[in-house]
Design a protein around this ligand. Sequence first.
Ligand code: ATP
Length: 294
Amino acid sequence: MEAKFTQIQETAYAKLNISLDVADKRPDGYHDMIMVMQTISLCDDVTIRLNNSGKVRAKTNFSFIPGDERNLAVKATLAYLAAIGAEGQGMTITIEKKIPVGAGMAGGSTDAAAVLRALNRMYDFPLSASALEELSASVGSDVPFCVRGGTVLATGRGEKLESLADMPDCIYVICKPEFSISTPELFRKLDQMSLRCHPDTAGILDAINQDNLEQICRRMYNVFEDVDDRRLRVVKEIKGIMLDHGALGAMMTGTGSAVFAIFRKGMETDALVSKLRAGYGFCETAENVSRLIS
Ligand code: ATP
């Protein structure tokens, strides 16, 4: 198959969990998840250039991120080329990362998703949106959501998607402490305990339908915050600072370590951002991004 362009750019948007629930372990060892996910404007910039090397390689502004098949963007490219019968096409994928790594914001998955949307454009849309989402599930559980974007209820391992009404307009203040938390490690710790509280997912879905930001914020909840882990004390500390500054709600996203607060548009957040940057390193604001493909 012939490419229509030799170079293409795409934005790779981060995600936040508005809620995160984990059901019992399945016989195959995976957990069923029930998550309300939101695409936000914090993003990486991805550029793909064709070449004659016969190899697919990624380059990022972080030296510790692999450039070979261990990079989800390369894995996605190889899956896409195989699906359209264009194996052996050489490419360089340049990723300017602005999404913090190991933060629970689907950084690697969204780079993979951006590559899939870009390649489908580059080859003049040989795959339908649903075929692209299906292919993306083989790259990683969060990749189908990142391909589609918007406000979504994700179940199964995170790959079963139901698009929701748009999240009400708001500002997110996102803070990532210096440490990262490993996802498998947090799942192991979760397996050793019995969860006493679960988010009211149905209530959140109702509140989204009613465009009611306060009711969403009152219910936002992540079961991973209840795991017994010393580092989660820092998460609680950051949440406390956010709520003291007038946030409507605050929560850890995914398995952390990033924490975010929701503010109504127009509310003052500069003092909070300066304080969190000084105390913990990374802090940025972001807005909602609507569905990317349909
Ligand atoms: P999730 O929200 O899906 O749990 P995360 O935000 O916690 O993910 P990532 O930023 O995706 O975590 O990175 C986790 C690991 O994935 C890192 O150790 C990194 O080396 C690897 N990785 C592979 N490809 C990428 C990529 N394109 N960008 C960032 N990390 C990548």
